[in-house]
Design a protein around this ligand. Sequence first.
Ligand SMILES: Cc1cc2nc3c(=O)[nH]c(=O)nc-3n(C[C@H](O)[C@H](O)[C@H](O)COP(=O)(O)O)c2cc1C
Length: 221
Amino acid sequence: MELSTAIRTTGSVRSFTPEPVDDATLYELLDDARFAPSGGNRQGWRIAVIKDSAKREALADLMRPVWDDYIAIASTGTTPFAAVNPGTYQPTVRAAGHSPNDLLDNIATVPVVLVVAADLSQVAMMDKDLEREAITGGGSIYPFCWNLLLAARSRGLGGVMTTFLARAEPAAAPLLGMPANYAIASMIFIGHPVHQPTKLKRAPVESFTTVDSFDGAAFSA
Ligand SMILES: Cc1cc2nc3c(=O)[nH]c(=O)nc-3n(C[C@H](O)[C@H](O)[C@H](O)COP(=O)(O)O)c2cc1C
């Protein structure tokens, strides 16, 4: 597949056919993804392939309340867990049962379930001393995640990167045997798509690109 086409058509896939993805294929995806850039080329990504069904269910149990909170906050029109201006709404009373979620509800049968962690001793967080939330460290891990999803797409597979497990990191860490200096960056689900989305909704270049300053004129060709 042509690279530009792949970039423009790799949408999130959250429902998978029962067809398995063998370890040799997963190895190939990881082998492609490892060519991602990272600060200082330190490659601080660490991947756990979660095969054990009981462990998958335990992780899903940790993520369900996070998903419920996400839905509840989003329903107020606020960005859930926004780094700034998070709004005041706090879901306090959870409804009986959980909001449906294809990934969590079917986690035992998703062909590939990965937890991606960052070895924080290998990630330069250039903005960590500023008086705001840090963001730059993720830049050394998420290109790997995205490469993995592009590599999956190039083989007719699909998937999605998720971050809800990060909110449950203190409880997830012991389940995952995660060292103290690691942080959960994402969880990635991969398989054969029930439906491969190809028409992605994204804002046009002019809406987010300006000339000379962020309050400058819109950039256009
Ligand atoms: C950093 C990051 C975190 C995400 N977290 C979640 C998540 O927790 N759960 C989920 O279902 N999708 C998650 N997504 C997928 C986004 O919802 C998806 O990329 C976005 O809605 C665009 O949808 P599309 O790819 O189908 O066009 C995440 C994506 C990124 C890049």
